[in-house]
Design a protein around this ligand. Structure first.
Ligand SMILES: [Zn+2]
Ligand SMILES: [Zn+2]
Ligand SMILES: [Zn+2]
Length: 254
């Protein structure tokens, strides 16, 4: 099994348009972050988590050619608005892509991107998706996917666990009942917006506390704003923790 970090950035991405701060102007490769998303390959199943506005560039960069399913965390623009670029995968294989999410997320997709849920035309020029509301573990091919209920401010959203990898973006609180779903992780990707607390996200300090409790072999923080210079901040993290970066790949024995 292999995980590719497509994007480790926050809603604005880093560098931020028009920003003159040190992180944005130096644009160190580790501080160039597209919008948060990842791709998990398990055998011949390729799972995409979210479709942010940078999906096209991310897919080209990582040479993605197959998406077996999309796992949606929540419908904020930085996680959803690249949905139209799924048409490339539908067109290539002439088949619909199943997309999964909680009721709130799927309803939002139906309202805002209803055209993606229509049957294909003869030319397949639109995305052709089939929407599935889920609230418990489900299979994509032979891969078991476990939705992890989270809170993003007042929104109930999902993180996802596949094998011993979990992707928990845009978290402000992990409900007590979700910790049992996070035992024995090899790799945990966890929201870590910035240094100061935020109503809908984890700060670095909060993320470290939660990562310590969950106790994954390796924790990779992600969804950082330009306020976090990961080159500097990475030096003082505990051994089992690091900042995720665009293009990061981790192989995990199944
Ligand atoms: Zn986000
Ligand atoms: Zn900046
Ligand atoms: Zn969000």
């Amino acid at each position: 099994m292999k995980v590719i970090v497509l994007g480790a950035g926050s809603s604005a991405g880093t560098p931020v348009i028009g920003c003159h701060c040190k992180v944005c102007t130096e644009a160190h490769p580790l501080n160039c972050r597209t919008r948060a998303s990842c791709y998990i390959m398990a055998g011949d199943v390729g799972l995409l988590i979210d479709t942010g506005p940078d999906l096209r560039q991310q897919a080209l960069r990582e040479k993605l050619h197959e998406v077996s399913a999309v796992l949606y965390t929540h419908p904020h623009a930085d996680h959803l608005n690249g949905i139209d670029d799924l048409r490339a995968f539908c067109f290539r294989h002439k088949k619909a892509i199943p997309v999964f999410g909680n009721q709130f997320t799927i309803h939002n997709i139906e309202e805002r991107f209803g055209y993606t849920l229509l049957p294909p035309t003869t030319h397949w020029e639109r995305p052709v998706l089939s929407a599935h509301v889920v609230d418990e573990p489900f299979m994509v091919g032979n891969v078991n996917v476990i939705p992890i209920p989270l809170l993003h401010g007042q929104w109930p959203i999902f993180g996802y666990r596949v094998g011993n990898v979990a992707w928990l973006t845009d978290v402000s609180e992990i409900p007590e009942s979700s910790f049992a779903l996070l035992e024995g992780l090899d790799v945990l990707f966890l929201d870590c917006l910035r240094y100061l607390p935020h109503y809908t996200h984890l700060s670095l300090d909060q993320a470290i506390v939660l990562a310590t409790r969950i106790g994954a072999r390796q924790t990779c923080f992600m969804h950082m704003t330009h306020e976090v210079d990961v080159v500097e901040a990475g030096k003082s993290l505990p051994d089992s923790m690091m900042f995720a970066f665009d293009g990061q790949q981790i192989e995990i024995a199944e």
